[in-house]
Write a protein that binds this ligand. Sequence first.
Ligand code: DX5
Ligand code: ZN
Length: 226
Amino acid sequence: MSALAHPLRGPIAAPSILSADFTRLGSELAIVDPARDWVHCDIMDSRFVPNLTFGPLVVAAARRVTPAFLDVHLMVERPETMLRAFRDAGADQITVHLEACWDPGAVLAAVRATGARAGLAIKPGTPFAAAERWLDAIDLLLVMTVEPGFGGQSFMPAMLDKVRAAREARTRAGSAFLIGVDGGIAPDTAPGCRAAGADAFVAGNAVFAQPDPAAALAALRAAFGG
Ligand code: DX5
Ligand code: ZN
């Protein structure tokens, strides 16, 4: 790990390696600026979501090629069984889905007990109110702006109301958690998310599926004013 300070205040770009070329993860991640960006890792178990991606070995590989903040998004059932493995692999933040937790408070406390920052993600069909009682236990609320499971889907504008509700609740409570958006985030959708209150912008296709990923990442940062 580097001694460099990771960005913990928005706006932050979080390129998702789901859309990267895994045969050359090192050069793909060379576009990330560890002082400004996070690296987002999408873990899918073919149960909580229909897709299956990768586990701690690939997170550890990412850890070896970048000192950037590793933001691990667990789209899995029983996330509490995997926290230690992902933390040991190098995760700086571990986000679990509210819908996957029988006891969200216990799981979020277990994330923090590993030393990682704790994120709570909510699917498009889950109202913000369902997450509200755990706001003191989280460092990130990740508002899914597509149905989780696949990259390259279209942004759901109706989720902006949820981002606004989260921002209002944060102000009311005087809390410090960040608000993230994930799914269909690109230079055309990021400004509306920023205006609604988003701090972290996860983007797979809009970065790694572009002909010049470094330029695409710069365009994304410019779009949200980063
Ligand atoms: C979707 C994942 C996303 C995904 C976003 O289930 O959680 O993080 O990588 O991909 P894009 O930016 O292509 O929509
Ligand atoms: Zn994700």
